[in-house]
Design a protein around this ligand. Structure first.
Ligand SMILES: *Cc1c(COP(=O)(O)O)cnc(C)c1O
Length: 230
């Protein structure tokens, strides 16, 4: 089996190629290594190979890994469904929360962040394919949500996250990525106070090259780094 280091190297090459194909700077795209179900020693191997951002889907599982890897210089991002009663831990341990799709969750993150004297960076998760099984705000409701969350003092919106419908052919995900980038620009044009739109979190193992070509700045990759999840 190929080593984690080799896999990361190949992913970086593909990201760089995709960025260059679309006239972008490869340095503007970072990898979030998705750690769900991955044994901690394998995560540590990836960090030793240069991975700098780790993504967690579940609070409890992530806290164990954060603790075990606390000596490493990494940034943790929360990318999973966040229940309001776990917001406290997300604020405590994660530099970016990708998955905010409701006013209710934002209000609780804001409350916990105020208590912790922190301004919490977040992304607005958009349910681009309007799928019943997926989290995130529906595209038509996204702008009002951005506006209302932008007024919370202890939250800073940094951009958008999306997970398009699953297709075997990544070309079919491309229109969703493009729509998200267009939407990001539309929000930028509105110059809403207290937000920035620098971050676009989209693309996973099966479709990250199309996502980079369409403007992703964070790609969330699990399987291509760590192998199939059991
Ligand atoms: C699991 C997961 C990923 C990574 O998926 P892979 O196909 O293994 O790269 C990315 N984003 C989210 C939100 C996930 O839950």
């Amino acid at each position: 089996m190929e080593t984690i280091s080799k896999r990361l190297e190949r992913i970086r090459e593909k990201i760089a190629d995709a960025a260059l194909r679309s006239g972008r700077n490869p340095d503007d795209v970072e990898i979030v290594g998705v750690t769900k179900t991955v044994p901690t020693d394998r995560v540590a191997t990836a960090v030793a190979a240069g991975l700098r951002i780790l993504g967690g889907n579940y609070i409890q599982e992530s806290l164990e890994k954060i603790d075990a890897l606390s000596s490493l210089d990494v940034s943790w991002h929360f990318i999973g469904r966040l229940q309001s009663n776990k917001a406290k831990f997300a604020v405590m341990h994660f530099d970016l929360i990708h998955s905010v799709g409701t006013d209710k969750l934002a209000a609780e993150i804001n409350r916990q962040a105020a208590k912790q004297n922190k301004v919490q960076p977040i992304l607005i998760q958009v349910n681009a394919g309007q799928e019943a099984t997926k989290a995130g705000v529906l595209p038509n409701d996204a702008l009002p949500l951005v506006k209302s969350i932008s007024q919370l003092e202890n939250i800073n919106i940094r951009g958008l996250m999306t997970m398009p419908p699953y297709f075997d052919d990544p070309e079919r995900a491309r229109p969703f990525f493009r729509a998200m980038n267009d939407f990001k620009k539309r929000i930028e044009d509105k110059t809403i106070a207290n937000i920035s739109m620098n971050t676009l979190s989209m693309g996973m193992t099966g479709d990250f090259e199309a996502a980079v070509e369409e403007g992703a700045t964070l790609v969330r990759i699990g399987t291509a780094i760590f192998g199939e999840r059991s």
